[in-house]
Design a protein around this ligand. Structure first.
Ligand SMILES: Nc1ncnc2c1ncn2[C@@H]1O[C@H](COP(=O)(O)OP(=O)(O)O)[C@@H](O)[C@H]1O
Ligand SMILES: [Mg+2]
Length: 239
């Protein structure tokens, strides 16, 4: 019989599974070769999990996050995220999924240089066709929470790395997505700002409603992980 903890976990999985991958693969077909991005991944993630995804450079971390974010499609196998079938959904369904269900944070922040902090944060809300006032109110709340209120009218080039990443975190949260994905979010930050970003992630998942996946090859997120995944050559390793 399973220990109590495992039984509770299995019972919870039946109700709250948010990501399910079965024999998931992504092979990049190049002119001269096939490159393995991911191969034969089986994965169940429940709501509220904080997943730390590790692996050397080239092991498939970004490929997996891109599939979960529906920025890419599997070449084989199945992937279901927040009720959306990433392989078979129509483009319209995937667009809606990207806007409503996932928020992404990147190593290079990926802010739009011609928009100020407030506009960068509000943009996904406006693209999702939410009304201007409710998006503005949510942006104000996020700016305050992130200590960026004094920066609302500044442009990305005027910010420090830590401020840029906090802006990107606000942008990822503006539509209150069920899933937050962070790809090497502290890769361009010093240790102090890396800790600040991790504290923010810890707050984001504090109420257990959001699911967070952080890809990193550092140990910075280890203490907030509820689940650890290791990729090697596109395959999940069970240690
Ligand atoms: N667009 C692409 N075209 C071809 N190969 C790719 C592409 N993206 C990633 N790869 C390859 O897939 C493998 C996994 O890459 P990636 O997911 O970026 O790893 P990681 O994020 O862990 O560094 C690597 O061998 C990489 O070269
Ligand atoms: Mg990567």
């Amino acid at each position: 019989m399973l220990p109590q903890n495992d039984r509770q976990r299995v019972a919870k999985m039946a109700i709250d599974l948010i990501i399910k991958a079965e024999k998931l693969s992504r092979i990049y077909v190049m002119e001269s070769a096939h490159v393995v991005g991911l191969t034969n991944i089986n994965l169940d993630i429940v709501v509220g999990e904080t997943v730390v995804l590790k692996g050397e450079s080239g092991s498939g971390k970004s490929t997996l996050l891109a599939l979960i974010a529906a920025l890419d499609r599997p070449t084989d196998g199945e992937l279901s995220v927040a009720g959306c079938n990433i392989k078979n959904a129509t483009e319209d369904r995937l667009t809606r999924f990207r806007r409503e269900s996932v928020g992404m944070v990147f190593q290079n922040f990926n802010l739009l240089p011609t928009l100020n902090v407030n506009e960068n944060i509000m943009l996904p809300g406006l693209l999702a066709r939410r009304d201007n006032l409710s998006v503005k109110k949510k942006a104000d709340k996020l700016l305050q929470w992130l200590g960026l209120s004094g920066r609302a009218n500044h442009f990305p080039a005027q910010l420090s790395g830590g401020e840029m990443q906090r802006t990107a975190i606000a942008r990822a949260l503006i539509n209150d997505p069920a899933i937050v994905l962070a790809d090497e979010p502290t890769g361009n930050l010093d240790s102090r700002n890396s800790r600040i970003v991790m504290d923010l992630f810890q707050e984001i998942i504090g109420n257990g409603k959001k699911t967070l996946i952080i890809a990193t090859h550092s140990t910075i997120a280890d203490h907030i992980a509820t689940m650890r995944l290791y990729l090697k050559d596109g395959a999940l390793q069970f240690l």
